[in-house]
Structure formats: C-alpha cells, structure tokens
Design a protein around this ligand. Structure first.
Ligand SMILES: Cc1cc2nc3c(=O)[nH]c(=O)nc-3n(C[C@H](O)[C@H](O)[C@H](O)COP(=O)(O)O)c2cc1C
Length: 193
C-alpha cells in the first residue's frame, strides 16, 4: 500500500483544517496516511520519525507567519537534518501547503521554503495541478467555493479569516487540498511501480 506522511504545524487550527483535507484526499486515493502534528516546540512523537522514513511521499504544511513558515515548523525542519545525514528521504515524493490571513501574505515564500527543504533531502516535488476554477467558471476571482481560487501551482495555498477554523478556510481551499492529497497519493503509487 502506498504510504503518505503529512507533517504539519498549526498554531490556531486553521492550517490543521487544510492538513485534514489533504489527508482525506490521500486516503480517498487509497494511501495509508501518517498524520503528524508538529508541536509548538517543533517536536513530533519519536515514532513519527520512523513513519516519515518509511513513507513513499511526505507532504509538509505550515501557516505563513511574517511572510515565512511558522517558527515551530522551522524547528522541525532543522530536526530533519538527522534524516538528511543518512539520506533517508532521498527519492521520496514531496509536496506542501500553507495558509495565511491575506490572499498573498507572502505565502509563496513559504512554499519556496518547502521546495528547498525537499530538494535538500533529494526529494521530488509534486506541484498543484488544479486550475483556478473561479477564472474558468466566470465567477469573481477569489470566489470562496472555487478550487485553487488563489491561483497557486507550486503547492496548495489557503486563506483563513480571523474566525474559528470551522468557518475559515473556505470550501474551495478545502477542496483544493483534498485534490492535492489525492494527486500525491496517485503520483506515489506510480512512482513506486
Ligand atoms: C506571528 C504571526 C504572523 C503572521 N504573519 C502573517 C503573514 O505574514 N501573512 C499573512 O497573510 N498572515 C499572517 N498571519 C496570519 C496567519 O497566517 C493566519 O491567521 C493563519 O490562518 C494561521 O494559521 P493557524 O491557525 O494554522 O496557525 C500571521 C499570524 C501570526 C500569529
């Protein structure tokens, strides 16, 4: 069975909604998912390192804070240097998502950081393939129910208002994340043939 690991941080619960959606998508495509929450101190359970090492694909996710990946996630990134020393993640597929308050909020920088992290590990980055459906369907750009309403192709970008995570991110962002989880699971299946 294809194994996908999702390692994510969420300070206030909004990015966690996106992480859950990625998980649903990957599971829907038949993958077994290790769902790994990065704590405020950057730590994950000891057993989760083995899950990461054993995964066919790893999807990273974190909110954008100050135009950059959140501090706790950066601590986790530093801790992945152990896997770097042994080349444990070489040739795995990689993907990523981020979420912030503004439509831009400089989220692209966060995705770039995830791409570079993946490249340092010798991983193979999988882009986000869904078009901006608000453009395609002639509804206002940024329509909350549209897939990829932000128009991000490097990875998943979501936007959350300062309300409860049950209200925001939007249904379109959640759907985008589900499709991305499925895409990575499918890609990992093909990659491991
Ligand atoms: C310290 C801090 C810095 C932030 N910086 C940005 C930013 O640069 N751009 C942005 O759009 N939102 C920014 N935000 C808003 C968060 O990205 C937004 O509230 C997000 O939904 C939080 O995700 P979480 O609930 O998973 O922590 C910031 C929030 C915090 C707490």
């Amino acid at each position: 069975m294809t194994k996908v690991a999702i390692a994510y941080h969420s300070g206030y619960g909004h990015t966690a909604v996106i992480a859950e959606a990625v998980k649903r998508g990957a599971e829907g495509a038949g993958a077994a998912v290790s769902f790994i929450k990065v704590e405020q101190d950057g730590k994950i359970p000891d057993a989760s390192w083995a899950d990461l090492d054993g995964a066919d694909a790893i999807i990273f996710g974190a909110p954008t804070y100050m135009g950059s990946l959140s501090g706790p996630f950066k601590l986790f990134m530093d801790a992945t240097s152990k896997a770097w020393f042994t080349g444990a993640w070489k040739n795995k597929l990689a993907g990523g998502f981020t979420n912030s308050l503004s439509m831009s909020g400089d989220k692209l920088n966060s995705l770039f950081q995830l791409v570079v992290l993946s490249a340092q590990h010798g991983m193979i980055w999988v882009s986000q393939a869904e078009g901006n459906q608000s453009n395609a369907n002639d509804v206002p750009s940024g329509n909350v129910d549209s897939v990829n309403r932000i128009g991000s192709y490097l990875g998943v970008m979501a936007q959350s208002d300062n309300v409860a995570p049950s209200e925001s991110p939007s249904s379109g962002d959640i759907k985008t994340a589900e499709l991305y989880g499925a895409r990575i699971a499918d890609a990992a299946k093909r990659w491991n043939k």
